[in-house]
Design a protein around this ligand. Structure first.
Ligand SMILES: *Cc1c(COP(=O)(O)O)cnc(C)c1O
Length: 388
């Protein structure tokens, strides 16, 4: 039998071994790690909803009403009234005819391409697409074509030459390592011209972008009415602060996905208390414009504060604010020096990002205060040796 001791030692030798730090208590901008308070710029809890009292209260009330487990897959008896109501609310919120609630975004991205495509079909992915879209594309059996990042002209060329009966273009709406946006209106138009579906993964835009946080399609002005070939995938574990995901779009397409997505069919439905919590989160997302306003203010503060550093902050209209350091070792050293000052900001190195673009992936939350961001700015300026 293979012994992985040597493989693990090699990972460690290449500084690729991952370790987990244990967080005590609830998530928030300040975490307790190893008994110490730690200022976090590493979570996807962009709106600060993971511990919101209204959402927690809905979850507890649902536990009283429904218990915990869903007891069966959704297509047997696991689909309850809390799940049904959440799907209706998600469809209404995203302005789509129908929504289907998945256990999480990874499962949605595996299931959707597999339901729509098979051998002889083609799937086109932006080069910077999330790992789950790549895995879904591979699992579907369709031919996988990768197009250069946000290059709609190049995509149009390859789509025009493609002879497959079914074509699916998939992309992140907000790219998770750069914080930049896909040109969704152009992509939707290119796909319409060439008879392709467009799957938009809005894990980082849902709740953050668009009017009332309705997401990246709303932000780009792409509506279901004019773009019935666009499928919208949103996740509920990031800005919504809960767990789960959904796909929304044309009723027939969504019905087909429900009939055929194996990651929907062959898994136990999420606990109803999570569906109830997600419904409560939707209400807060819609209501609390101040959370999105706060994110914009904090991003502006960061941009200003880091303007004269030797490292470049990528322009991003989202909560993801990457600071490009360059080589791996200095990026890791920077992460370490912040950590010694009680600030947690992850360094992201190749192969996750292109060579020479190792970075700190700073993520903001609406619960950060200007003083929190000032602490980060001071620490980074000090590390860079810039006069205060
Ligand atoms: C986080 C993420 C996912 C996976 O969603 P989960 O609900 O966490 O499984 C999918 N796509 C992108 C772009 C993500 O960032």
């Amino acid at each position: 039998m293979h012994d992985f001791t040597q493989d693990l030692a090699e990972l460690a030798a290449q500084s690729l071994a991952r370790t987990r730090r244990v967080v005590a208590g609830a998530q928030g901008p300040v975490l307790e790690v190893d008994g110490q308070a730690c200022l976090s710029f590493c979570s996807n809890d962009y709106l600060g909803l993971s511990n919101h009292p209204d959402i927690v209260a809905s979850c507890i009330a649902a536990a009283d009403q429904y218990g915990v487990g869903a007891a069966a897959s959704a297509l047997i008896s696991g689909h309850g009234d809390a799940h049904e109501q959440l799907e209706r609310e998600l469809a209404a919120f995203t302005g789509q005819p129908r929504a289907l609630y998945f256990s999480n975004g990874y499962m949605a991205n595996l299931g959707i391409p597999c339901a729509l495509l098979g051998a002889g079909d083609t799937i086109f992915l932006d080069r910077l697409s999330h790992a789950s879209l790549i895995d879904g594309a591979r699992l579907s059996g369709a031919e996988l074509r990768v197009f250069p990042h946000n290059d709609t002209a190049r995509l149009e060329q390859v789509l025009a030459r493609c002879k497959s009966a079914r074509k699916l273009v998939a992309t992140d709406a907000v790219f998770s390592m750069d914080g930049d946006l896909a040109p969704l209106a152009e992509l939707a138009a290119v796909c319409a011209r060439h008879g392709a579906w467009l799957l938009v993964d809005d894990a980082h835009g849902f709740g953050v972008l668009g009017p009332q946080g309705r997401g990246s399609l709303a932000h780009a002005g792409v509506s279901a009415l004019h773009a019935p070939h666009v499928l919208y995938m949103g996740t509920l574990g990031k800005a919504a602060g809960v767990a789960g995901a959904f796909v929304a779009g044309d009723a027939t397409l969504v019905e087909w996905i429900m009939q055929r997505a194996r990651t929907y069919m062959f898994t136990t439905a999420n606990p109803p208390l999570l569906a109830a919590a997600a419904s409560a989160a939707l209400r807060v997302i819609e209501r609390d414009e101040w959370r999105r306003e706060r994110l914009r203010e904090l991003a502006a503060q960061l941009t200003l504060g880091l303007a004269d550093l030797p490292w470049r902050l990528l322009p991003s209209p989202t909560a993801i604010q990457p600071l490009i350091v360059g080589d791996n070792a200095p990026a890791r050293a920077l992460m370490q020096s912040l950590r010694e000052q009680g600030i947690w900001t992850p360094a992201i190195c190749p192969p996750t990002v292109p060579k020479g673009t190792a970075r700190l992936r700073i993520s903001l939350s609406a619960l950060h205060t200007p003083a929190h961001v000032e602490r980060l700015i001071d620490a980074l300026r000090q590390a860079a040796g810039v006069r205060q």
